[in-house]
Ligand binder design. Structure first.
Ligand code: NCD
Length: 325
């Protein structure tokens, strides 16, 4: 990959960029320079979206999904296969020994004998870190409980950069379940590496956790909180919609009170900036009217497509294949 990066290397402040064999547990595991490098590699991967290469031939990835997933699992597996590697794993813990009582620790000990990289989604917040402590193989966090989802943040930031040309200087509004939604947590930390203003829109009960807000403040990310989409719509450059995370509510009654609190419609979007983009990690339930799919602001399906190329870039860098291409 050196070949294609030679003309467009980002500034590295003299430090070599070395991703090889690293875990990816949090978005802040990567510096801004490293993220920029990964975005350049992702640009390059666009040409392989429907056209496989063999750079990871012989490498095997485990995708261990203890929670439901469509996009994350399929795009990691597609990314690995497009690069000439292969994937094994499970999409439902009911079909694994987890259902017999096997611990995560034992599962990781076992799986590390079979593969070269582990992609893990698990309901416990510290799960990816625990896995990384157990094995010497690189571990990629594909969603740890309600806390973090760093590869989603990669593709979200890549989408913003690609659709707007850059991330610096933008106003990003996040709407919905900011308490239990893990994508917004990782994205907020990722954006704190850029010059961005964050506008958080949620019901009082689903505000972002105070400790995360404190962290963002320490990272000098300006944050303002709102209750209604209308309050941010004319200012935002990015509107990041999220699903209310039904499965994480301890009390179903609490969920009923907020389940349909936001609904983005084409009529609402009339007051948005012309180049504002609407993102959503998906799945969407009823927070985006399907009529918005045809609206020129919508980018969420494109965002899902960018998930493959950013994951191809991530896997390539972790395997250090840029040395070999
Ligand atoms: C998200 C997740 O699983 O956290 N989806 C995804 O990975 N694309 C968002 C969600 O489930 O609402």
């Amino acid at each position: 990959m050196r070949r294609f990066l030679a003309d467009s290397q980002p500034a590295t402040h003299g430090l070599p960029l070395d991703f090889k064999d690293r875990d990816f547990l949090d978005i802040t595991d990567f510096s801004r320079d490293e993220l920029e490098h990964l975005f350049l590699v992702s640009d390059h991967m666009t040409r392989y979206l429907h056209n496989s290469i063999e750079t990871l031939h012989g490498k095997l990835m485990a995708s261990l999904f203890f929670e439901p997933s469509t996009r994350t699992r399929l795009s990691f597996e597609a990314a690995m296969k497009r690069l000439g590697g292969d994937a094994i794993g499970f999409a439902d813990p009911a079909g694994s020994s987890y259902s017999k009582g096997e611990t995560l620790v034992d599962t990781i000990h076992m799986v590390e004998n079979y593969v070269d990289v582990i992609v893990l989604r698990h309901p416990a917040e510290g799960s990816a870190k625990i896995a990384a402590q157990i094995t010497d193989l690189p571990v990629i966090n594909a969603g740890s409980g309600a806390l973090s989802h760093p590869s989603q943040a990669l593709l979200d930031m890549y989408t913003i950069r690609r659709e707007h040309g850059s991330i610096d200087g933008l106003k990003v509004a996040m709407v919905g379940d900011l308490k239990y939604g893990r994508t917004v947590h990782s994205l907020a930390y990722g954006l704190s590496l850029y010059k961005v203003k964050l506008m958080l829109v949620s019901p009082e009960t689903l505000r972002m956790r105070p400790e995360i807000l404190e962290d963002l403040d320490q990272r000098n990310l300006p944050v303002e909180q709102f209750s209604r989409i209308e309050e941010v719509l004319s200012e935002a450059d990015v509107l990041y919609m999220t699903r209310i995370q039904k499965e994480r509510f301890p009390d179903p009654l609490e969920f009923e009170q907020v389940r349909s609190v936001y609904k983005l419609t084409p009529e609402l979007l009339e007051s948005a900036k012309k180049d504002m983009i609407v993102l959503h990690p998906l799945p969407r339930i009823d927070e985006i009217d399907p009529r918005v799919d045809e609206d020129p602001h919508s980018r969420y399906f494109k965002q899902a497509q960018y998930g493959i190329i950013t994951r191809m870039a991530l896997l390539s860098l972790i395997f250090g294949v840029e040395e070999k291409v």
